[in-house]
Design a protein around this ligand. Structure first.
Ligand SMILES: [Mg+2]
Length: 171
């Protein structure tokens, strides 16, 4: 049996790149948040896997396609020196049908934990919304809320952004 791996789970929009009300899917609208590249490199250096878990309901709504999302992910990989080990996305929205994958559902986490043999006790979830943290808590991940001033019982820590979160995780 292979050794379990510690992992940083990340939401994408609002954590890696600046979020937009009407979805980020055009390359020219992708703005990586300051300090993200550094944080990702520091996580890799410390031996963490990095996995993005993202809701992309714009696909269900017909606003953009899976190919648009894959293109954005390719650009994020380029910007981060290929730091991302895996990306899980839920293209669903409850207006069309219910999904166990779409956060706060936990199926994407369950898949990732199983596929990569994750050591959940030593892993973290960083998100900018409560719904990112709810499924993380379900699996015993430590959680950090970033870019959001609201308090939630699901956050173990709060940070200004991913770089701030990395200081908490790697201290
Ligand atoms: Mg987000």
């Amino acid at each position: 049996m292979t050794t379990k791996q510690k992992c940083i789970f990340l939401d994408r929009d609002g954590v890696i790149n600046k979020d937009k009300v009407d979805y980020v899917y055009k390359p020219e609208e992708l703005f990586i948040i300051e300090g993200v590249t550094q944080a990702l490199l520091d996580f890799k250096k410390a031996g963490y896997l990095i996995i993005i878990i993202t809701n992309q309901s714009g696909i269900a709504k017909g606003i953009y396609t899976k190919a648009d999302v894959m293109n954005i992910h390719r650009l994020v990989q380029e910007a981060s020196n290929n730091a991302l080990d895996d990306i899980f996305m839920a293209p669903y929205h409850e207006t069309y049908h219910n999904s166990l994958s779409r956060k706060p559902g936990s199926l994407m986490f369950e898949r990732a934990i199983s596929k990569h043999n994750i050591d959940t006790q030593n892993s973290w979830m960083v998100g900018d919304k409560e719904r990112d943290l709810i499924p993380g808590k379900k699996f015993g991940l430590k959680t950090i809320l970033v870019e959001n001033k609201k308090e939630t019982p699901f956050a173990d820590f709060y940070a200004e952004n991913l770089l701030g979160a990395s200081k908490i995780i790697l201290k």
